[in-house]
Design a protein around this ligand. Sequence first.
Ligand code: HEC
Length: 158
Amino acid sequence: MSKPADTQSLGSLERPSPEDAFHAEVLVLAAILAIGVVILGALALLIFVRPSAAAQSAANASKSESADAASVARGKKLFVSYGCYECHGRAAQGGVGPRLGPDPLPLSFIEKYVRHPSGSMPPYTEKTASDQDLTDIYAFLKSLPEPPKEKDVPLLNE
Ligand code: HEC
């Protein structure tokens, strides 16, 4: 073992040769690049995937909204053609029969009652008014606007 060799190896441990330092720098750069690519990829996913998901759910929402609107429109017509309005009023506000909307009783109750009324209301069998018809009438009743509050009607506050 010669002394110069020892110093040489110690020296190479403490002070990396310029070539080693270059390799280390390349490795660090490569790592930074790799991390950058991953972050960019994640950003791209966020930017391109999220809006399309949002657009999808918006499309679904407007689809079910237009289905609701169609149901309300049908229900409004049926409420007239089945004569419900004659006793319950055109806006279901009540007349001979009680007020039915807004805030109608549950659909299951309406279905039961309309098929087997207990008072002076005539019965409507499934043949006359199908479950779908009653579902549409229910949608119409639910769509009715709330009447104004007493304090919001000037004539009632004079
Ligand atoms: C000839 C008049 C008349 C017609 C037509 C009529 N109803 Fe009625 N309805 C009544 C009366 C009166 C009552 C109160 C209970 C009774 O006497 O049966 C009533 C009660 C109801 C009730 C129960 C409400 C509650 O608060 O208990 C529902 C629901 C209802 N009617 C829905 C309908 C629907 C829907 C139609 C049309 C498919 C309709 N009615 C047509 C007269 C009528």
